[in-house]
Design a protein around this ligand. Structure first.
Ligand code: DAH
Length: 392
């Protein structure tokens, strides 16, 4: 270690010290030097290192300083032991030993203080650096909202909750048995033409074909298989058909199925329930009507219409001309429904002589489009925030 004027590299004799007084003076000198250095800041120590050309092995000046004084091989304390204590006449050894112990204690205490001081300073600097500025505006996270379709689901679910229905949900991948056969739609029945649709590619030898459900009606069967009457459920969900996308068609859309079965359900209960729902959804002034229709799983089957809520059932727009919603018809076709066909009960082991009930299947997208004046079904699936944020 190259040093400048380091008296501890010499023996006391070489320094011309031969009595207790001289020893005390030398120790005082060394101690004063140490005191000066230990009080220095890191960058001042670095400067001193350059000036005095001592050390250099350690990149950290504080560690270098520490090594200079207490380093095991060439630290000042070791040098004093080697050059002063061991190489002195025994008459001086007592004095040197005492002075040495004092100096050693002093150096160790001060270095420890220095270590703490630096640590605290670093910590304080970090605290300042990391201080939280409460006056800064926070990160504003836009709060999302339910998709309009989800909102309409909820609106409809609430209406049916209020008259004792509960919600069940079912699989979007179905077997042809639930999607068709058990709903009284045998293979080669013409209504399958509309629905013969997305079959899944299955490994060879799969026991049954699977398809994306084309309606929520399969849940009628699954529900009745699981529970005895009375049954009062609605089934919100996504359904799939091979429709070409346009303003009113999409290959994925949404339905709510309804099913009520008990020992004494009449056609009046059926129309009363539907009427209640429609008035809750569109407002009390609308009228309902039904027309004969056909579904394999209901008998009789009907199509429910509502008097156009937008033109008050007149067919005429407020500003004159034809109402664009009902296209002048004064009525809007809403959904299909009917009394459950007794043949369906045969598939779920219900006694068709004892039970009766009704079912309905509401297309949610169409209803949402009507109610919220949306003229393109595709916007429901595009996830355009400009559209979604209009329905907070
Ligand atoms: N599942 C039918 C469809 O998607 C809709 C439907 C009609 C459901 C009559 C019913 C019903 O429960 O009674 O076209």
């Amino acid at each position: 270690m190259p040093t400048v004027d380091n008296p501890t590299e010499k023996t006391l004799a070489e320094l011309g010290v031969n009595d207790a007084q001289g020893v005390a003076e030398k120790f005082a000198e060394v101690r004063a030097r140490f005191d000066r250095q230990v009080a220095l800041e890191a960058d001042e120590i670095r400067k001193l290192m350059l000036q005095e050309a001592w050390l250099g092995s350690d990149s950290d000046p504080v560690t270098s300083l520490r090594n200079f004084w207490v380093g095991r091989k060439t630290g000042v304390l070791t040098l004093i032991t080697e050059n002063w204590l061991k190489k002195s006449p025994s008459s001086l050894k007592g004095v040197i030993g005492k002075q040495f112990n004092e100096l050693k204690g002093h150096i160790e205490t001060k270095l420890e203080e220095q270590r703490k001081r630096i640590e605290e300073k670093t910590e304080a600097a970090a605290l300042t650096r990391e201080q939280v500025d409460l006056s800064l505006p926070g990160v504003i996270r836009p709060i999302g909202s339910h998709h309009l379709i989800r909102q309409v689901f909820q609106e409809i679910e609430d209406i049916f909750f209020s008259i004792g229905f509960s919600v069940v949900e079912g699989p979007e991948i179905e077997t042809p048995y639930y999607n068709f056969e058990a709903l009284n739609i045998p293979e080669f029945h013409p209504v399958r033409d509309d629905m013969d649709t997305f079959y899944l590619d299955l490994p060879k030898g799969a026991s049954t074909p699977l398809l994306l459900r084309t309606h929520t009606s399969p849940m009628q069967i699954r529900t009745m298989e699981k529970q005895k009457p009375p049954v009062r459920v609605i089934v919100p969900g996504k359904v799939y058909r091979r429709d070409n996308p346009d303003a009113t068609h999409s290959f994925a859309f949404h339905q709510i199925e309804g099913l009520a079965v008990d020992t004494d359900i009449t056609f009046c209960d059926f129309t009363g329930t539907i009427e209640y729902f429609v008035k809750q959804f569109f407002g009390p002034s609308v009228k309902t009507r039904f027309r004969p229709s056909y579904f394999p799983f209901t008998e009789p089957s009907v199509e429910f219409d509502v008097s156009c809520p937008f033109c008050g059932g007149t067919g005429t727009a407020a500003a004159g001309g034809t109402c664009t919603k009902c296209k002048g018809a004064a009525w809007i076709e809403l959904f299909g429904a009917g009394m459950v066909d007794p043949a369906v009960y045969g598939f779920v082991n219900y006694d068709a002589k004892k039970v009766s009930g009704f079912a309905f299947g509401i297309g949610i997208d169409r209803l949402a489009m009507l109610k919220y004046s949306i003229d393109d079904i595709q916007v429901f699936f595009q996830n355009d925030v400009r559209f979604l944020s209009q329905f907070p």
